[in-house]
Design a binder for this molecule. Structure first.
Ligand code: NAD
Length: 289
């Protein structure tokens, strides 16, 4: 298949590389030319514009930072909907506001484009290994036609509801991930302050009921204070905003989410926005120093 891939960052580049490896023709676009060079080295084709990435595509995948970038790329002048061939399948895999995904789906239908929201979980490692969890909002027939492509990128692929529902599930995912990071950070600070080896301590936790993918994958780098992203604090801050807005829209209170959102906001205010979200540990340390 011809696939247009827009947004070749930490996640987009390895995802595009997996699609190339699976035998698809991938024409990528990113505002960063460095990213385009990288795609070309991986066997993809670099496009000079969104139009070039979209014109011959059967499927367009977007993997962009936030709602404003998706709006610009999809609705903007020279954007996806302006160049979309009829029948195009548009898979937005960015984490954005559910409301924006619904607007994309509505505008797409008018142009004869099939749009689904398919945000992911699993981090950079999941993107590299092709083992992402993918939560999809959209019409059942569009989800079915996306499955072959999505199977290259992920292993858990679930249709969770109509347009925007994938983003609501992703918001739920992000509040859980943020909460677990905050508590793993507190566990490390407690163990160290009590003179207990945090490595031995977290090894035991990882094997018991407290075990999680975060403990499994990130405990060593957290103990070593290695905070190379990964997933940037800035992006998690955006996601906590999406979660708290979704709660407001649903008319419910999420007290733990609000607290974790404030801790992530503090990490950002302390200048750690470009670090991995495991750098929440720095905030817990600062509270205690
Ligand atoms: P990133 O910042 O590394 O990549 C985003 C890419 O989009 C960049 O290369 C940037 O140059 C490009 N871009 C920005 N505006 C553009 C535009 N107008 N046109 C074309 N390209 C543009 O971010 P990432 O970590 O790859 O995350 C992408 C999305 O996936 C985000 O919504 C994020 O929340 C989500 N996500 C990230 C992770 C992770 O672990 N990094 C995990 C799950 C989901």
């Amino acid at each position: 298949m011809n696939i247009g891939f827009i947004g070749l960052g930490i996640m987009g580049t390895p995802m595009a590389a997996n699609l190339v490896r699976a035998g698809h023709t991938v024409v990528g676009y990113d505002v960063s030319t460095t990213r385009l060079d990288e795609l070309a080295e991986l066997g993809g084709k670099a496009a000079a514009s969104i139009g070039e990435a979209v014109a011959q595509a059967h499927v367009v995948i977007t993997m962009l930072p936030d709602s404003p970038q998706v709006e610009e790329v999809v609705f903007g002048e020279g954007g996806v909907l302006e160049h979309a061939p009829a029948g195009l399948l548009l898979i937005d895999m960015s984490t954005i506001r559910p409301e924006t995904s619904r607007r994309v789906a509505q505008a797409a239908v008018v142009k004869g484009v099939h749009a689904i929201d398919a945000p992911v979980s699993g981090g950079e490692k999941g993107a590299v290994d092709g083992t992402l969890s993918i939560m999809i909002g959209g019409r059942a027939e569009d989800v079915e036609s996306a499955r072959e492509i999505l199977r290259v990128l992920g292993t858990t692929i679930v249709h969770v509801g109509p347009a925007g529902a994938g983003q609501t599930v992703k918001a739920a995912n992000q509040l859980v991930v943020g909460g677990v990071y905050a508590l793993v950070a507190e566990a490390i600070v407690l163990l160290e302050a009590s003179g207990v080896d945090p490595k031995a301590g977290l090894d035991v936790l990882a094997g018991g009921l407290a075990g999680s993918r975060i403990l499994e994958l990130k405990r060593h780098s957290m103990i070593e204070r290695s905070f190379q992203p990964g997933f940037r604090i800035d992006l998690h801050h955006k996601d906590m905003g999406i979660a708290t807005a979704a709660a407001r829209e649903a008319g419910i209170a999420l007290p733990m989410t609000a607290l974790v959102a404030q801790l992530i906001a503090a990490a950002r205010a302390q200048g750690h926005g470009a670090l991995d979200h495991s750098a929440l540990l720095k905030v817990i340390e600062r509270i205690n120093s």
